[in-house]
Write a protein that binds this ligand. Structure first.
Ligand code: NAD
Ligand code: UDP
Length: 348
């Protein structure tokens, strides 16, 4: 189609002088590959011999996340907004759609663009999946459950979501995109996967991301008060990023088990913590003397969140291995390094 941008062939063709020693794995397109989860996933896929095409508009992703990959001949970066239709030359075997700001302050900054990214962006990626015969995984979210009135949340729970609140651009964008993927499979036979991701944390999060783990750790390391919203009694379940990447890859590569493998699958750590418990843990592990400061609870902020991961266990033989206590250690070490580096840059 004339309005489509045909992006440059990202890899040398086989047989080309520099292409002979390319690994023989799959070609994987990651939309949102410069973001937190995407850049961790990119590294894992490259390590097992896949080629990665990262398509990202750097809205919330960071060049720091992929800087170390740019010289890898199996990694290609394409600066592109997925709401604009595009294509890539050559074969594509797998597509992970991770493109969408995930932090509430970030996805609320330009709500219409968040909605467009969710729906139109996914439509554009499904088009590529269909043309290339690629399997495609959508990163959905526990936010499809809204402010749930049952706990834990299993996939057959239909959620309690406000269609017109400040979180709706994200929650409803993700919900309708699940429907889009459902129809893409049932009407066009596209091989789809839908991961309902619960709160995930770990190295390569943006220190300015605005989500609770990065906020608390960065505040604790800087000796600033930890900003607790509401009374801090609301709960979340936190999954370490390595576990999440394992889960996403397991879902992507799972054999077809009709009809369930095409249905949404919860991926998250069932451990459930109040924000006060998280704050205490962060203070303990950082050795910080920071105090807590209390702020209003944002509108529609869910009061509880905990995944039922029975489906993931049964279909994928997957469950998280890293406790919050264990996962916070490398996360804190990462943020410590990030802060030191920024201070160094400011001092130059
Ligand atoms: P992130 O903000 O770090 O990464 C998102 C990436 O997508 C960024 O690199 C951003 O620049 C890119 N992007 C955004 N809009 C784009 C567009 N229109 N075109 C091209 N690129 C675009 O977030 P993350 O935590 O890595 O989340 C990745 C995915 O997982 C998101 O889709 C998010 O909704 C989903 N998810 C994450 C969590 C979590 O706790 N991290 C929880 C639930 C769902
Ligand atoms: N939160 C908080 N302090 C912060 C940031 C967030 O207490 O500095 C709370 C927020 O109100 C929510 C929980 O922590 O109840 C998780 O927020 P986050 O933005 O990490 O993710 P989400 O709300 O999307 O689950």
């Amino acid at each position: 189609m004339s309005d489509k941008r045909a992006l440059e062939a990202p890899f040398p063709r086989k047989g080309a002088a520099s292409g002979d020693d390319l690994p023989t794995g799959r070609t994987v397109l990651i939309a949102g590959g410069a973001g937190f989860i995407g850049s961790n996933l990119s590294r894992r896929l490259l390590a097992r011999g896949d080629r990665v095409i990262c398509v990202d508009n750097l809205e919330t992703g960071r060049t720091e996340n992929i800087a170390g990959l740019l010289t890898n001949p199996s990694f290609a970066f394409i600066l592109h907004d997925i709401i604009e239709a595009f294509t890539v030359h050559g074969p594509v075997d797998r597509i992970y759609n991770l493109a969408c700001p995930a932090s509430p302050p970030k996805y609320q900054r330009n709500p219409l663009h968040t909605l467009e990214t969710s729906f139109i962006g996914a439509l554009n990626l499904l088009d590529i999946a269909e043309k290339k015969g690629a399997r495609i995984l959508q990163s959905s979210t526990s936010e499809v459950y809204g402010d749930p009135d049952i706990s834990p949340q299993a996939e057959d729970y239909r959620g309690l979501v406000n269609t017109v609140g400040p979180r709706a651009c994200y929650d409803e964008g993700k919900r309708v995109t699940e429907t889009l993927f459902y129809e893409a499979h049932h009407s066009s036979d596209i091989d789809v996967r839908i991961a309902r991701i619960f709160n995930t944390y770990g190295p390569r999060m943006d220190p300015e991301d605005g989500r609770v783990v990065s906020n608390f750790v960065v505040q604790a390391l800087r000796g600033e008060p930890l900003t607790v919203y509401g009374e801090g009694t609301q709960t979340r379940s936190f999954c370490y990023v390595d576990d999440m990447v394992d889960g996403l890859m397991a879902l992507m590569e799972a054999d077809e088990v009709e009809p369930t493998i095409f249905d949404p699958v919860n991926l998250g750590n069932p451990g459930e913590f109040t924000m006060l418990e998280l704050a205490e843990l962060v203070l303990e592990l950082t050795g910080s003397a920071s105090t807590l400061s209390f702020h209003p609870l944002p509108q529609d902020d869910p009061l509880q969140r905990r995944p039922d991961i029975s489906r993931a266990k049964a279909l994928l033989d997957w469950e998280p291995k890293v406790s919050l206590y264990k996962g916070l250690a490398p996360t804190i070490a990462y943020f410590r390094e990030e802060i030191a580096q920024r201070q160094q840059e400011l001092g130059r």
